[in-house]
Design a binder for this molecule. Structure first.
Ligand SMILES: NC(=O)c1ccc[n+]([C@@H]2O[C@H](COP(=O)([O-])OP(=O)(O)OC[C@H]3O[C@@H](n4cnc5c(N)ncnc54)[C@H](OP(=O)(O)O)[C@@H]3O)[C@@H](O)[C@H]2O)c1
Length: 313
């Protein structure tokens, strides 16, 4: 594989470490997020084959402009790593398009991006899409986060949850991560149906608990101190015994393996969680609900105003 790899959110945390591992392996890496200056600094530190681009997944116009630019430049895109993500303690914060930001950035923006870049990816076959989910979507993992609670899609898009007018940042995050898994399974089914499955694969992946990343930037100060300083030290020593806690470099390294490993060439529609040391394993029972996954796809296509000519699926 020698085409370009796009890592959304590649200027920080797990995405940055994934980009570092890929650059070390000689891949052409594009890192894309909102903070262009931070991405440029990261790209400079990672080496000349890393390029920084500006992308706001919370803006449908930004996603469309970004995809248009990549396609018109003829970038030979072979892998898309849907890694960017965030969570909030207060909200709902709405995007320019009026969607709750956790849902919009973690799911909706990536939904649109993947659809707009599918034809480009298919031209560089064998191509891969890796969707970064989280173990918090699965109540059986006992992560201490709330169980997913998703009612109708418009309430989810407005609040991140199931109750009109209410906001719970942890629930919005958990729900968005269930959407990531539904999206990757439904994408696989649609690739199959459209005759793309031999050219493009998609898998879900989850990094485990990776303290020290930017994910806690909106937490209250005491929690941020624990996340930024205490837990990373624990992760350094604990990951050997406890497979669900890792440093960003360990998780990012495995995410890079999802991009590179030839053994995964034909593997699609599966889930690779940290608790199984990133071997294929089951995601939550609810994530296999085909009807809900299809309905999420249809709602996402409506919300992003995905036109028939914009996606082959
Ligand atoms: N850390 C964990 O314990 C953990 C556990 C399970 C899953 N995850 C998942 O792992 C992924 C990476 O998270 P991380 O922990 O590495 O956090 P991070 O260090 O905060 O990285 C998140 C990245 O997303 C980018 N981003 C945020 N909003 C964006 C937007 N609107 N448009 C484009 N890019 C945006 C950020 O860059 P800008 O600010 O420049 O936009 C940043 O590069 C996320 O999907 C997260 O849900 C993390």
């Amino acid at each position: 594989m020698d085409g370009a790899v796009l890592v959304t959110g590649g200027n920080s945390g797990i995405g940055l470490e994934c980009a570092r591992a890929l650059a070390k392996a000689g891949r052409h890496v594009l890192i894309a997020s909102r903070n262009l200056a931070a991405s440029q600094a990261a790209a400079r530190a990672l080496g000349s084959q890393v390029e920084a681009l500006e992308l706001d997944l919370g803006s449908l116009a930004s996603v469309r402009a970004f995809a248009r630019d990549l396609v018109s430049r003829g970038v030979p895109l072979q892998t898309l790593v849907c890694n960017a993500g965030l969570q909030f303690s207060q909200g709902p914060r709405l995007t320019v398009d009026g969607f709750e930001s956790t849902f919009a950035v973690n799911h909706l923006g990536h939904f649109l991006l993947v659809n707009l870049l599918l034809e480009s990816l298919a031209r560089q076959a064998p191509a891969r899409i890796v969707v970064v989910a989280s173990g918090v979507h699965d109540p059986a993992m006992r992560t201490g986060m709330p169980r997913p609670a998703i009612g109708d899609w418009d309430t989810l898009a407005a609040t991140g949850g199931a109750t009109p007018g209410a906001f719970n940042g942890r629930l919005a995050y958990v729900n968005s991560k269930l959407c990531n898994v539904w999206f990757s399974y439904e994408l696989q089914r649609r690739l199959e149906a459209a005759g793309f499955a031999s050219r493009v694969t998609v898998n879900g992946w989850e990094p485990g608990l990776v303290p020290g990343s930017g994910l806690a930037r909106d937490y209250p100060l005491p929690l941020r101190l624990i996340w930024d300083w205490l837990l990373p030290a624990v992760a350094l020593g604990a990951s050997r015994f406890w497979p669900s806690i890792h440093t960003a470099s360990q998780s990012g390294g495995d995410l890079a393996r999802m991009v590179q490993d030839p053994a995964l060439d034909k593997v699609s529609g599966h889930y690779f969680p940290s608790h199984s040391r990133w071997r294929e394993a089951r995601s939550s029972d609810e994530s296999y609900d085909v009807e809900r996954a299809r309905a999420l796809w249809q709602a996402s296509a409506r919300m992003t105003r995905l036109a028939p000519g914009e996606s082959p699926l």
